[in-house]
Ligand binder design. Structure first.
Ligand code: AVJ
Length: 323
């Protein structure tokens, strides 16, 4: 017999509709144009992202999994967590390695994933409830780039923020996020962050501009989301996918670039947006880190890194930090 997982949904019903409307109006009337990456992930977008994680060029997921497999027992021993909170859990695939280690360590009681996608959360929570009998699973739908309702649970809690999602913030938003995270922790809690490391620009750009064009499709899926949700008439074929290494900011930036001048209509916003030939719309930032910068950011938020693990090729890092 299995107990069904609880899904907490504290957001008002129209939260995501309003947030999308606000983001798109602000972003498409700004100069230069920009949209936040979180709107990539409708059902098709999540599928495309899963395909991205399997591409030969996209080393991030494999590198992080390698580190988790090698060091999950250390992480379990260091934290002795009774609650694993996971921010941006998505399909919770990699999490199983952590859950296995914490279960083997005998401390784990509760798994509390937090994600923007209610459907992904419900599916992942149900699958994990079946796979880990006796584990309490309480899922929370949240938009944690605005607020951070950190789930409760028996302490110590380990808050995992994996997959290089921290790279999606610009420096100011990253500082705000880390500050909110630190403020929500008690002294016994710990955070586990997965971050991608600075490496050769060619390797980095290839990871975001693969030979098969899966990332290009993932990028253009944003336009399909706007077409469906806002009745817009974007032609994905009118844009080129672009991935650029920004050396100063040490981040990969993804853009959609208009192939010719044209105007797009967004009836739900009562808005028309003109694109000049060659004009770009920035769709994502993926910051890449060096240890000192990450340490400084964490320290400023009141967090102290205590352990750093990397894969044998030094491509990616998992770090443990404490308040
Ligand atoms: C899921 C945000 C970590 O930035 O590497 C993959 C998303 N974008 N290919 C990343 C992504 C293009 C990914 N994150």
């Amino acid at each position: 017999m299995t107990t069904s997982p609880t899904v907490h949904d504290t957001l008002p019903d129209d939260h995501f509709v309003r947030a999308l409307h606000d983001d798109v109006r602000a972003g498409l009337t700004a100069d230069p144009k920009v949209l936040p990456p979180k709107w990539f992930y409708d059902e098709r977008g999540s599928e495309l992202f899963t395909r991205v994680t399997r591409l030969p060029e996209y080393y991030l997921t494999r590198a992080e999994r390698q580190i988790l497999r090698a060091h999950a027992p250390d992480i379990a021993a260091q934290t002795r967590a009774r609650t694993l909170v996971e921010l941006g859990s998505g399909s919770s695939e990699k999490t199983r390695t952590l859950l296995d280690a914490l279960t083997a360590g005998g401390t784990l009681r509760r798994y509390a994933p937090v994600d923007v996608s209610r459907t992904e959360l419900a599916a992942a929570a149900a699958a994990l409830t079946d796979a880990y009998p006796g584990l309490e699973v309480t899922a929370t739908v949240a938009d944690f780039d605005r607020e951070l309702p950190l789930p409760e649970g028996p302490e110590p809690r380990l808050v995992a923020f994996l997959g290089s999602t921290i790279g999606n913030f610009d420096p100011a938003d990253r500082a705000a996020f880390l500050g909110r995270l630190a403020a929500a922790l008690t002294p016994n809690d710990a955070v586990l962050i997965g971050a991608d490391l600075v490496k050769s620009p060619a390797t980095l750009v290839r990871a975001y501009d693969d030979a098969q064009g899966v990332t290009a499709e993932f990028n253009k899926n944003l336009l399909r989301v706007l077409n469906r949700e806002l009745g817009a008439d974007f032609d994905p074929g009118a844009f080129d996918h672009l991935a650029v290494w920004n050396e100063n900011a040490e981040r990969v930036e993804m853009y959609l670039r208009a192939r010719f001048g044209h105007t797009v209509r967004l009836p739900a916003l009562d808005l028309s947006v003109a694109f000049a030939q060659g004009e770009t719309l920035r769709t994502e930032l993926s910051a890449k880190f060096r240890r000192p910068r990450l340490s400084t950011d964490l320290n400023r938020a009141g967090l102290t890194p205590t352990h750093w693990w990397t894969d044998p090729q030094n491509r990616f890092t998992l770090l443990l930090a404490r308040p």
